[in-house]
Design a protein around this ligand. Structure first.
Ligand code: MN
Length: 294
């Protein structure tokens, strides 16, 4: 049962700085996906490093899954919308990702994991977001947390809007995960036609909204089609963002992500994200020596 809360209001909405359509690509063992937040946007959207959206009814698009592979230096957040994936890792964790569940994995100094489909047909859909770690936190021990669908805090507003608070805090509701260094706010928002949702955001935080699932939204006065990311301007005099589901159209779904920038150098090569090229070379050397799976 979701709590119904009173809507908050903002004075002035951020505008949309740029609209981004994702790039179709594949990763793992041939899983088709759309890379929405790509490497050239990492600096602009610091502390977020990547957003992949996946969604297919064709088993051939996902059956290969993501066999064993390493990570170091950041966190991965998987938000499942449809289908089932099995997680296993070198720390000994195992978990089943099912519709509505969230997995938050801190790679820290290193982890080797796999994410394999636990179904041979039907729809598989969701997101994976990468959140950077501060330099001082990159070599922390790896950690892993599964959040069951019912354990993701959620609230409704009187107009029928619903918000699942994956991370951070809004409308007085604490999300499933809190991170003091980057203060990530990750919301999965559903707006019925005619709904208007105002979300307070700190001006210095970088933020984007990914519209998905069908109907277009109006964000900060700009129409945003489905399967499109709106990068929100860091307007100094804006105190949040206004999201509207236009009257007479379909239900709008938005993944809203905001966070405090780390303002540190970003060095990425594939599954490793560190601060310098030397640290990336070290990550490769450590992986080859088996250190990341230890
Ligand atoms: Mn991975």
């Amino acid at each position: 049962m979701k709590t119904t809360l009173t809507a908050q209001t903002i004075t002035r909405s951020r505008g949309v700085e740029r609209l981004v359509r994702g790039q179709p690509t594949s990763d793992g063992a041939g899983v088709k996906l759309t890379r929405v937040l790509t490497q050239p946007l990492q600096r602009r959207l610091d502390p977020f490093l990547m957003l992949d959206a996946f969604g297919s009814d064709a088993a051939s698009d996902y059956l290969g899954g993501f066999p064993d592979h390493p990570h170091r230096g950041f966190e991965t957040v998987t938000i499942m919308k449809a289908g089932r994936m099995r997680h296993g890792d070198s720390v000994g964790n195992s978990g089943l990702l099912e519709p509505g569940s969230v997995q938050w994995m801190t790679a820290g100094r290193g982890i080797v994991h796999s994410e394999m489909p636990e179904q041979e047909e039907g729809r598989m859909a969701g997101f994976q977001l990468w959140v950077n770690l501060a330099a001082k936190d990159k070599m922390q021990p790896p950690a892993y947390r599964d959040v069951a669908p019912a354990q993701v805090p959620a609230f409704a507003l009187e107009d029928g809007s619903t918000v699942r608070v994956v991370a951070g805090r809004t409308h007085g509701v604490d999300g499933a995960v809190q991170r003091p260094a980057t203060e990530p706010l990750v919301l999965d928002i559903t707006l019925p036609p005619g709904a208007r949702f105002e979300l307070p955001l700190p001006a210095g935080h970088n933020a984007f909204a990914y519209v998905y699932g069908g109907a277009a939204a109006e964000i900060g006065g700009t129409p945003v089609a489905s399967d499109t990311m709106a990068i929100l301007a860091n307007d100094r005099d804006a105190d949040g963002v206004r999201l509207i589901a236009p009257e007479g159209e379909g239900t709008v779904q938005i993944l809203l992500v905001a966070g405090a920038p780390l303002n540190e150098p970003i060095a990425q090569y594939g599954p490793f994200v560190m601060n310098t090229p030397q640290e990336i070379q070290q990550a490769f050397a450590d992986f080859q020596r088996g250190v990341l799976a230890a």
